[in-house]
Design a protein around this ligand. Sequence first.
Ligand code: CAA
Length: 240
Amino acid sequence: MTKTALVTGGTRGIGHAISLGLQQAGFSVVATYHGNEDAAQKFRDETGCAAVKFDVADYAACEQAVQQIEKDHGPIEVLVNNAGITRDGMLHKMAKESWHEVIETNLTSCFNMCRLIVPGMRERSYGRIINISSINGQKGQFGQTNYSAAKAGMLGFTKALAMEVAAKGVTVNAICPGYIETDMTAGMKQEVLDSIIRQIPVTRMGKPDEIADLVCFLASPKAAFITGATIAANGGQYMV
Ligand code: CAA
């Protein structure tokens, strides 16, 4: 039977590449989205995969969606927590809404999705969870106290959960992409982006596929001995 992979924020950007990669790897992929209907429809037309609309920051919405997805597509074997937003601004000017939106969408969403999906993975003694963090969770970023805190939080969450489920055949890993060519980085001021590209030893931004390939490996049975890991893919911009 085809295995199901769920990719949050899976219709655009890095998530879109991850959905395509997992589909090519033989998974039945379900992508989630929140706002962009056009991108979701394009994704459905292009891939034939399901795209399900709900807010990953809302526990009740996640609960309803996960139940429906497992009813329609079977147990979720691979969960990719990819959905994320930015609300950049210096702290002294940041609205408290910008703090809460980013923490809830980027970090609380990982709790919501894992809380609902991990019990089934434990019962089946198999699962793969991949959390898409960021270079900015590792090094911090001017103008991103909210985003850096959420992405750093994902790293601690990954390690703690990895310990809890390791003996149950479930792995939990985090990927920290650097600056990748997506709508998110396209929204940045060109001079800010240019100054960042000058800090990348490979002299270019990354491509979504370069993250998707890593996700596909971690999602495979071959990656059974990798858990609790933080894997950077940032063109050498930050080396730890
Ligand atoms: N380091 C040091 N100083 C900086 C700086 C930096 N990186 N960026 C800006 N400054 C300084 C400016 O020179 C300016 O100083 P002066 O007042 O002395 O001239 C001051 O800070 C204010 O800068 P701005 O005029 O740009 O202020 P702003 O309020 O309009 O914008 C900002 C501030 C929103 C933080 C803007 O600089 C910005 O967008 N920065 C980029 C943040 C970023 O990297 N976001 C990543 C998005 S992509 C992503 O998040 C994906 C991922 O995972 C990698």
